[in-house]
Design a protein around this ligand. Structure first.
Ligand code: GLY
Length: 391
């Protein structure tokens, strides 16, 4: 069944400059131009298109952090999400959007993005058990027997755990494919392989961006969703966003593999519907390279096997690295740029881009249409970096 569409309002009523995609003289025009074809950019483009806004997503073709992510939707267990009340609430809100969005994505794209519910976090020593009190926010505390009833193949050395029934996972690569198709099916545009080299957004007239190939694109709003790669497109202070490389591997499922997302102190394990068990992840600050280190991957694999010994016999399918876009306080940057009101930031999601994509995209839609603006995003304003003294 198609989703009921909202009544369309006139472009003028939304202050949108051009209700079309292609203008004269080969100047491309769009209501909203989103720079960045990862989960944040595509989700924003898709939700804008569903709201009746002409949205164009530009994907440079550079590796997207989304494709490297394991796809956990686990606010209960991500310590970085619990550092501020606004981020914790924003995370919960975004998690709550995923079940319906996954269903709508399937309907509009025909791609099942492997949405699964339930995340189990387990402790193998007293230190890990203590971390439940410190870092975890939510989930049902379980005794050893209860943990083993959920995951019988888990090492009997387990002391206990926490189970969050509403946390979950998706397959981020499938999400990206689904979003690209849904965007097109709902009337949006996707331009691949174009690198944006400049954004001009003065007070009057539309914003203009230039591609490396010399094209100009005009838009009512420009959304910057480029992850860690700012490439001189913003006036954010240097150091406000920085890379944190993550390495991961995928094992082939064998009998005795986890049945759901399981997090231990040494690794997390995410069993996918396609038969892979994704094991992650390292954290290397400041490293832009996409190479993997054999010793670090080996440590992840050992961590996975310590939890599920059957995985010792599992074939390795692939290993990879990706770049998380982090910020100095671990929270994303979302909302209008102080220096240019037609520019909207949607970046810096660090470890949780997939989880936070729905709420971020909702905020982008709110910023463009002026409807349903989320007061929580005041906490994610770029202005805070000056207050933090980042320069
Ligand atoms: N969200 C898990 C990670 O970034 O490794």
């Amino acid at each position: 069944m198609r989703h009921p569409r909202r009544a369309k309002r006139t472009p003028e009523s939304r202050g949108i400059v051009a209700r079309r995609f292609w203008g004269a003289h080969n100047v491309i025009r769009s209501d909203v131009l989103i720079i960045g074809g990862g989960v944040i950019g595509l989700m924003s483009g898709w939700l804008l298109a569903r709201a009746g806004v002409a949205a164009t997503v530009i994907d440079s073709g550079m590796p997207a952090a989304t494709d490297a992510a394991a796809g956990m939707l686990a606010p209960s267990f991500e310590g970085s999400l619990q550092q501020g009340a606004a981020l914790a609430e924003f995370s919960r809100k975004s998690l709550g959007r995923w079940p319906a969005l996954a269903a709508a994505l399937y309907e509009r794209s025909g791609v099942d993005c492997d949405f699964q519910k339930g995340v189990l976090s387990v402790a193998f020593d007293e230190g890990e058990a203590a971390a439940f009190e410190k870092d975890h926010d939510g989930g049902l505390l379980l005794r050893r027997e209860e943990v083993l009833a959920l995951e019988p193949a888990l090492s009997p050395r387990v002391l206990g755990g926490r189970f969050a029934a509403d946390d979950g996972q998706v397959d981020p690569r499938l999400v990206r494919v689904a979003l690209a198709r849904a965007l097109l099916n709902d009337g949006g545009r996707l331009l691949r392989g174009k690198k944006i080299v400049a954004v001009h957004a003065g007070e009057n007239g539309p914003a203009r961006v230039s591609t490396e190939g010399g094209e100009t694109i005009e838009a009512g709003h420009v959304v910057i969703a480029t992850g860690a790669r700012l490439d001189g497109l913003t006036r954010l202070p240097p150091g406000a966003v920085f890379p944190v490389k993550g390495e991961a591997l995928a094992l082939g499922r064998v009998a005795g593999s986890p049945m759901r997302v399981v997090r231990t102190g040494r690794a997390y394990l995410c069993p996918k519907a396609d038969g892979r068990v994704v094991v992650g992840a390292t954290e290397i600050e400041g490293d832009w390279s996409l190479t993997t280190d054999a010793a670090r991957i080996d440590a992840l694999r050992k961590g996975a096997c310590a939890a599920f010994s059957a995985l010792s016999a599992a074939p390795e399918i692939s290993r990879w690295a990706g770049i998380r876009p982090s910020t100095r306080d671990g929270a994303p940057i979302i909302g209008g740029a102080a220096e240019a009101e037609r520019v909207i930031f949607a970046l810096g999601h660090y470890r949780n881009g997939v989880l936070l994509a729905p709420a971020t995209a909702d905020a982008v839609v709110g910023a463009v249409t002026g409807e349903g603006a989320d007061p929580l995003i005041a906490a994610f304003s770029a202005a805070r970096f000056n207050e933090l003294g980042v320069s």
